[in-house]
Design a protein around this ligand. Structure first.
Ligand code: NAP
Ligand code: SF4
Length: 669
């Protein structure tokens, strides 16, 4: 049989290690790394990915010393007992046929601790703690600590180590003028700033011996002012190769950069051009990363010579079986990462255990287990939005006979609206995944069927996932033809005029404003220009002046609250959504009272001053109400029934909770 993705699935040898394919599960902190009692969970999490076929797994970051902690008592690899405990992880991964590298990460000034250190004592804009500058001796010791951590990782049974030299952590802080203002042998000129990572790689090589793979994660584009020039990046890459690195993995942007690098609105493969430029100059293999989430794209990047390996962290969180499915020509069954960050990075930044919006079992593998039901129950699921799709698929996976009723002629509910938003097109992949899984599992799908009490009469259990309907606020003139619902705009049944007011600035109001202003002809080059990303050969750190968007409509986004618009959006993506509103010249009004909608437009009062927005349409994004008619009837009739998703709680309507409720329900039925 010919391989469907011959380049991605081709083995590669790095040092003494032969990987069964070129797919790497990139490093990602989950929160399971920090305490030894979570090691069994972490081992299971990685072993599932190893059984799923990925070539190499890279762990979340482990600090080489306490000063390198990401937060108090965070993960570290500093002694033999820790190395011994890690043997459970490496053992289970090896048993599952995989290979695993441990990442060594010193947080530097990103450490959320009062005793963090850096090259110089300069506070990071994203951390309240100001670091202490390492002494010259302290730098020497830190270099040794990196090498020692690598040696311990080797003893723990890891197949390789990755040295984290990107994303703005300590090594980057030594490399850039922005953060390294030292005047000893570790600072001053670019050659001296480079000395820190070169020494780390050199001493690590001395410690681990000749064939043990050392992966160095290199910051290709810093995307911050005072970052490295392209010449410096290239020079460093070659020196790192000489110092003994086996593979160069690539990183884009410091955490403090104000350019989105991995969220959904970043076009797929947006950074591959930088990797291709580096690879041309290197003798050792190069790994591409960031916004690569399909086997097609990964295979193409290798085929085109952009990279030798492809790193996908979140896509493997979303689907542990990613590679097996790709290899078995079942790529249409891959649960694709939609780059939302909602359950992974947003959780980590809030000190919560990471998981995945589309795969709530991620990092909960030992807790959420879909065991086959002893008796095959007949279950009706009513409503095929995110919650209903998740419940139907999970209940069927647990061995139940499921019938899914949907009143519309298509599946998807709120997914269909979400995927219309520019930069959220990836939701279409989630819908494709569920649709395919329903087919594979043989779920009886009844589209265009409004279920009532009689329809569901013969079932053992009924799950109500009838979702939500948009809230219609009682504003005078709400029945005027200028007033339209966000659902009508996003499903294309209403095409708003050139001047639009948006009422309600929650997640959907912000999304609708982006939808209304977005120019659909935007290319990758335009996207990079809007975010001020320039040719790194010409601009230090790859950063230049940004080019404003040319909005296709004039939009005013209004809320009653007095605070900042979009304040409740996700931690890792909210700032980027707010920046797009600014780039698109969306006028923002807070603290408004809605007085009237009429032929003249939207009448408001702001700070006691009445005003009229002369608009063609007023789009209502004022939240949602649960649709619970059938649920209430079934409860009244004493029928066993469970309600999930937006029908359960409309406030905080969110695909993450909806999908998780569906999966957890199947794990308990
Ligand atoms: P939402 O976040 O609850 O926002 C609706 C907004 O409408 C409220 O913030 C409120 O703001 C306003 N509102 C509520 N009742 C009103 C009334 N009677 N009259 C006028 N205005 C009223 O709801 P959403 O925007 O529909 O989003 C729903 C959920 O989807 C969110 O909770 C979020 O979880 C998810 N979502 C998230 C994102 C994202 O993070 N990027 C994107 C889309 C959706 P004021 O009272 O201040 O006017
Ligand atoms: Fe991807 Fe979102 Fe899952 Fe994170 S939560 S892995 S970004 S789908």
């Amino acid at each position: 049989m010919t391989s469907p993705y011959p380049h991605l699935l081709e083995p590669i040898t790095i040092g003494d290690l032969t990987l069964r394919n070129r797919a790497v599960m990139g490093s990602m902190h989950t929160g399971l790394e920090d305490f030894f009692w979570d090691i069994p969970k972490l081992a299971k999490y990685f072993a599932d990915r190893a059984s799923g076929g990925v070539g190499l797994i890279i762990t979340g970051g482990y600090a080489p010393n306490k000063r390198g902690w990401l937060k108090p008592f965070a993960s570290e690899m500093t002694n033999r007992l820790q190395a011994q405990r890690h043997q459970q992880i490496t053992g289970e991964v090896h048993e599952a046929g995989g290979a695993i590298a441990m990442q060594i990460l010193h947080a530097g000034r990103y450490g959320y601790t009062p005793f963090s250190v850096s090259a110089s004592s300069i506070k990071a804009p994203i951390n309240p703690f100001k670091p202490t500058a390492l002494s010259t001796k302290g730098v020497e010791q830190t270099v040794n600590d990196f090498a020692r951590a690598a040696g311990l990782a080797q003893k723990a049974g890891y197949d390789a180590v990755e040295i984290m030299g990107s994303e703005g952590y300590l090594i980057n802080q030594f490399l850039a003028e922005r953060t390294n203002q030292r005047d000893d042998i570790w600072g001053g000129t670019s050659a001296r700033r480079m000395r820190f990572p070169i020494e780390i790689v050199r001493r690590t090589r001395e410690t681990v011996g000749a064939g043990f793979p050392i992966i160095y994660r290199l910051s290709l584009l810093d995307l911050v002012e005072g970052g490295q020039t392209w010449d410096e990046v290239m020079e460093l890459a070659l020196l790192i190769e000489d110092a003994g690195a086996t593979v160069i993995n690539t990183g884009i942007g410091w955490h403090e950069a104000r350019v989105p690098t991995i969220i959904t609105q970043v076009p797929r493969g947006a950074w591959a051009w930088t990797t291709a430029r580096l690879r041309k100059e290197m003798a050792i293999p190069v790994c591409a990363s960031n916004r690569i989430n399909t086997p097609e794209l990964a295979d193409r990047l290798i085929a085109e010579g952009t990279a030798d390996l492809v790193s996908m962290a979140r896509p493997l969180l979303a689907d542990p079986e990613f590679i097996n499915k790709a290899a078995a020509e079942r790529a249409d069954e891959i649960n694709t990462c939609i780059a939302c960050n909602q359950a992974c990075l947003d959780h980590v930044f809030k000190n919560k255990l990471a998981s995945c919006l589309v795969n709530p079992r991620a990092c909960h593998e030992t807790e959420i287990v879909l065991t086959p039901s002893r008796r095959k129950r007949e279950i009706a699921v009513v409503g095929a939005g995110p919650a209903g799709l998740s419940a139907a698929v999970s209940l069927a996976e647990a061995g139940n006979k499921v019938t899914l009723f949907e009143k519309n002629p298509h599946l998807g509910g709120q997914f269909r609206l979400a995927m219309a938003i520019p930069g959220k097109e990836e939701f279409a992949e989630t819908l494709r995944y569920f649709t395919r899984r329903l087919e594979v599992l043989g779920v009886d799908v009844r589209l265009g069927t409004t279920a009532d009490v009689t329809t569901v009469a013969g079932f053992d259990e009924v799950v109500i996932s009838t979702g939500v309907e948009p809230r219609v606020p009682s504003i005078p003139g709400i029945e005027h033809p200028k007033a339209v619902l966000y659902s009508e705009v996003l499903d294309g049944s209403v095409v708003p005029g050139k001047k639009v007011a948006v009422i309600g600035a929650g997640g959907i109001g912000v999304d609708v404003s982006v939808f209304l202003t977005h120019d659909p002809s935007e290319t990758l080059e335009d996207w990079l220009a809007h975010w001020g990303v320039g040719d790194p050969d010409l601009h230090r750190g790859g950063l230049t002046d940004h080019k404003d968007r040319e909005p296709v409509r004039e939009v005013t986004l209004v809320q009653r609250k007095t605070g900042m618009i979009g304040a409740g959006l996700g931690k890792t993506s909210g700032w980027a959504h707010r920046a797009v509103l600014k780039q698109s010249a969306v006028t923002q009004i807070s603290g408004a009272t809605y007085d009237l909608i009429d032929d003249a437009g939207l009448h408001l009062t702001v700070n006691g001053q009445p005003q009229v927005l002369d608009v063609d349409h007023v789009v209502i994004c004022a939240g949602q109400e649960s649709v619970r008619g059938l649920y209430n009837e079934l409860v009244a009739a004493g029928r066993p029934v469970t309600v999930i998703g937006g029908a359960d709680v409309a406030a905080e309507l969110d695909a993450k909770r909806a999908i998780e409720q569906g999966v957890r329900l199947a794990a308990t039925v």
